[in-house]
Design a protein around this ligand. Structure first.
Ligand code: PEP
Ligand code: MG
Length: 557
């Protein structure tokens, strides 16, 4: 019998496949079991490490290229005789196998970190080995992204940004999480990778490994054990969607030729393979914090430059807007641990980090400028979380000091939207981050699935701040775009166009729908839709009345 579940559809697309659950890292038992037979306990620990190594070997045999090399190197680490000796020594001192492995790996991790550089980066691999060996000993499922040997729909309580960023779209057909909001990192990264996704689905907890699912990432509908007819229909719709996305090209224009540049949001070189990328007019938001998520140590200037150049080269002749590091709150970075804060979303995040660590921003701007000098991309740079004209002025001076000529800021704090004219006086462009702007305007954590209605981008307060910012851009004759998730909703894209945006930046898979919707409406119609949206008293009213007016304009309904 099939069963329907519902969540928030956060990355449009249809997937059908078996469930593979992401197991949590195992908890080490509080009490160390008494060791009666040292030899037996040592062998138990050694067997666990060998099982982990053998599993890695098997996965390496199925992978290719760099992926296989990484797994082979990890298997070698699990068989490291120095580690085995350390574990044996701890067992002799009375630790049981899980505690001995835990302590030996923790000690080894500290030693690697002290060496710095490449060695320190391997520390995260050690953590992975340790949790796998402990899970094996405790008879628990292996933690981390599962690898059942066939494509699957990943089901998890929640996903860390580092987990999501490394997902392989060829293996992960879809994502379902119990937690997570409409504009959290899972939603953003899934969209960038082109993986259909549903968050805030409380019933996902009941799904079991291997169970067949049909997932609709647009509507948020999930069907467990679907009937064959439903699967056939879903597969047909998925094929049609893929064909439409792959065949959509060309610059963004309204039906009467008014240009709105259609750009993509990118979080790393992995995203460059997403469908839609070739047809995009450039990158409107390069989230640089996602480039270095897996690292235990800060990337050097040269490493940053090389990675930026790879992306600039992929977009030669097109625009690339690089956002400087937006670390903190929902985007933690392992190599930049932050002191606990009472309210991280209101704390030292984004551009504010440069108050504490000006060197970090300076290094990054230098690397971006160096990569831009050797490339044919039209490179711009912008700062996240700008709240005042003073901050915009300081950032512009720093960026221009490095020879960067196209300098902007994100408008994602209500203060910046209200003072957009003053801010634009210092910079060349602004980009509206509607995800954070919704979070701060409606005082609602963007990771809170249960409050998703407050984060709705059609909320009147948000629309009014967006309109005021765009108006300031029109008055100053400076481009104002949108790079938050609002840009990827076709009806809202029309409203934003009517308000006067010059560009819309989104996950690559949303481009085709936005492009075709835009091409079916004139600028005048978009202006009418903007007026309709701004006159509405609630988010559902705004959405419904804009849809009705748009349908009328197209002679439908
Ligand atoms: C935003 O806040 O809308 C935005 C685009 O930035 P991020 O989602 O990375 O915080
Ligand atoms: Mg933001």
């Amino acid at each position: 019998m099939s069963r329907e579940l519902r969540g928030l559809g956060v990355s449009a697309g249809i997937a059908v496949g078996p469930v593979a659950r992401l197991a949590a890292a195992p908890e080490l038992p509080d009490v160390n079991a008494e060791v009666e037979d040292v030899e037996f306990e040592t062998a138990r620990a050694a067997d666990a490490l060998e099982a982990v190594a053998a599993d890695l070997d098997a996965r390496a045999a199925q992978a290719d290229g760099a992926g296989a090399d990484v797994l082979v190197a990890q298997a070698l680490m699990a068989r490291d005789p120095v580690l085995a000796d350390a574990v044996a020594g701890l067992v002799r001192e009375g630790r049981d196998a899980p505690h001995a492995i835990d302590a030996a790996f923790a000690e080894h991790r500290r030693a690697l970190e002290a060496l710095g550089g490449y060695m320190a980066e391997r520390a995260a691999d050690l953590d992975d080995l340790r949790t796998r060996a402990v899970a094996h000993l405790l008879g628990l499922p292996m933690p981390g992204i599962p690898d059942p040997g066939h494509p699957f729909i990943l089901v998890a309580d929640d996903l860390a940004p580092a987990d999501t960023a490394t997902l392989d779209p060829a293996k992960v057909l879809g994502i379902v999480t119990e937690r997570g909001g409409p504009t959290g990192h899972t939603a953003i990264l899934a969209k960038q990778l082109g993986i259909p996704a549903i968050t805030a689905c409380p019933d996902a907890v009941a799904l079991t490994d291997g169970q067949r699912l049909m997932l609709d990432g647009a509507s948020g509908l999930l069907v467990a054990d679907p009937e064959d007819a439903l699967v056939a229909d879903a597969e047909r719709r998925a094929r049609e969607l893929a064909a439409r996305r792959a065949s959509s090209h060309g610059p963004g224009r309204t039906a009467d030729g008014h240009p709105v540049r259609l750009l993509v949001n990118v979080g790393g070189p992995g995203d460059l393979a997403a469908p839609g990328i070739p047809g995009a007019q450039g990158v409107g938001l390069l989230r640089t914090e996602f480039l270095f998520l897996e690292r235990a140590t800060a990337p050097t200037r040269d490493e940053q430059e090389a990675l930026y150049r790879e992306i600039f080269d992929a977009f030669a002749g097109r625009t690339v807007i690089v956002r400087t590091l937006d670390v903190g709150a929902d985007k933690p970075l392992a190599y930049l641990p932050q002191a606990p804060e009472e309210n991280p979303a209101l704390g030292v995040r984004g551009l504010r980090l440069s108050r504490r660590d000006p060197e970090l921003l300076d290094e990054q701007l230098a690397a971006i400028a160096a990569a831009a000098r050797g490339s044919d991309a039209d490179v711009g740079v912008m700062a996240p979380m700008v709240a005042t004209a003073r901050e915009a002025e300081g950032f512009a001076a720093a960026a221009r000091g490095h020879g960067l000529t196209k300098v902007g800021v994100m408008v994602e704090v209500p203060a910046a939207a209200l003072c957009a004219a003053d801010i634009l006086a210092h910079v060349d462009f602004a980009s509206l981050g509607t995800n954070d702007l919704a979070q701060y305007t409606l005082a609602t954590d963007r990771l809170a699935g249960e409050l998703a209605d407050l984060l709705d981008p059609w909320q009147p307060a948000l629309l009014r701040l967006v309109a005021a910012t765009i108006e300031a851009g029109v008055a100053a004759d400076k481009p104002v775009g949108v790079c938050g998730e609002a840009a990827s909703e076709p009806m809202l894209a029309l409203v934003l166009t009517g308000m006067g945006v010059t560009s819309l930046s989104m996950g690559a898979t949303s481009l085709a729908d936005v492009r075709s919707t835009l091409a079916a409406h004139t600028l005048e119609q978009c202006r009418d839709l903007a007026a309709t949206a701004l006159a509405a008293g609630s988010a559902p009213d705004a959405r419904a009345s804009v849809e009705a007016v748009a349908r009328e304009g197209m002679g439908v309904g």
